[in-house]
Design a protein around this ligand. Structure first.
Ligand code: NAD
Length: 367
């Protein structure tokens, strides 16, 4: 059988790994394959200057392997900056398992994946992400100590999502203060896209404060359940991005701010939990800035989850995790002010602070 790329010379042209746009100097990429359990996973370790690379494992039915590789690279790079800006002594890493979490996942597959993590001797530490759960982390814990987000009954910090939602809520309040002059979200019209683990708790905070919440989710049953529980409206229009609202909260998957949507968004503030919301950080971040839309950088305001699981490494409890997460409010405001002072997008301002911290630590090591 002939394939499109048959010779090493031709393969070289497509630069499959190091040449990916999202490769961005990853330290290590591990491809995991187990024939017996059907495990196909990729672990991306972007940067370990500040500490071991910690980031969750996503299980997703990718259309192809390129998509999976690109996703893990983007996500793991994002973790480097998320931990750096949050003041944690952690590097950036992430893993993806290729497959449908509902139909393909088995305990044997997860255990096998845990063994791969163990083989990295602590350079990568995992946690939950979309498609993996606290019980999955408990299973991984049976074969390696390099896992966080395990059950509270087993001495872990439990599901990180509620703390992530708290951080998003804090970041949203800071963005509202910057854009509208008040952190009070009462009466503000908020569109929450994705009402999963994080989205639901966010809806809870918002409705308690008196925000007018509209939700959307690809899962009808999920949407109806959340709408009923919190008395939220379900989006029923034809164009989600043109929906007239004050705040747009992307809490599903990434890249929803892209060429197709960036000029249609009506909100004055964007603040949500999804990772990598900007399809292109420079281009789409810049357009939002020009349009006067206050974009709260995703990797800054969704750091509650990692702040929570970090407690399992340095031994602090829920109260301290919430206190540190609350500080996302102050950091977000600082970022908006810095972006204005230096004529940067908020994303670029947040990146500049994170990069400075990593560079300073690197310098310390070299002395
Ligand atoms: P989840 O899987 O529990 O929820 C995601 C929800 O989004 C699901 O209900 C799903 O049906 C819905 N969804 C998927 N595609 C959609 C679409 N196109 N439109 C509308 N809804 C859609 O995940 P989660 O834990 O709530 O995380 C949400 C996002 O936040 C993810 O991008 C995740 O990477 C990010 N995040 C989560 C955490 C955490 O602690 N859980 C931490 C940081 C970042």
């Amino acid at each position: 059988m002939t394939t499109e790329f048959t010779t090493a010379k031709e393969l070289h042209k497509i630069d499959p790994v190091f040449g990916q746009a999202s490769f961005d100097n990853h330290e290590q990429i591990v491809f995991c394959n187990d024939k017996d359990t059907g495990l196909k996973a990729i672990i991306g370790i972007h940067n370990t200057v500040l500490g071991p690379a910690l980031g969750g494992t996503r299980m997703w039915k990718y259309d192809n392997e390129w998509e999976a590789l690109n996703d893990v690279l983007r996500l793991s790079r994002g973790m480097t900056y998320k931990s750096a800006i949050s003041g944690l002594n952690l590097g950036g890493g992430k893993a993806v398992i290729i497959g449908n979490a509902k139909t393909d996942k088995t305990p044997e597959m997860i255990t096998e994946f845990g063994k791969y993590i163990h083989s990295l001797s602590g350079k990568y530490i995992t946690a939950e992400d979309v498609g993996t759960t606290t019980p999955d982390m408990d299973l991984i814990r049976e074969v390696t100590p390099y896992v966080t987000g395990i059950s509270e009954s087993k001495g872990g910090s439990g599901n990180p999502s509620p703390v992530t939602a708290y951080g998003v809520y804090m970041g949203m309040k800071a963005a509202a203060k910057y854009k509208f002059g008040s952190e009070n979200l009462g009466g503000k019209r908020v569109l929450v896209q994705g009402t999963g683990h994080v989205g639901e708790t966010l809806v809870d905070y918002l409705t308690k404060e008196g925000a007018i919440v509209t939700i959307t989710d690809i899962s009808e049953s999920r949407m109806e359940e959340v709408a009923k529980k919190y008395n939220a409206a379900i989006f029923s229009g034809s164009d989600l991005y043109e929906f007239d609202c004050d705040i747009y909260a992307p809490c599903a998957l990434g890249a929803t701010i892209n060429d197709d949507t960036v000029y249609r968004i009506q909100a004055g503030v964007i603040a949500g939990a999804a990772n990598n919301q900007l399809a292109n950080e420079r281009i789409h971040g810049g357009i939002l800035q020009q349009r006067g839309i206050a974009y709260a950088p995703d990797f800054l305001i969704n750091a509650g989850g990692i702040i929570n699981v970090y407690g399992e490494i340095v031994n602090y409890g829920k109260e301290e995790a919430l206190r540190r997460t609350e500080n996302i409010y102050n950091t977000t405001l600082e970022i908006f002010n810095l972006s204005e002072a230096r004529n940067l997008t908020p994303y670029q301002a947040a990146m500049a602070i994170a990069e400075k911290r990593i560079a300073e630590r690197k310098l310390e090591y070299s002395k």
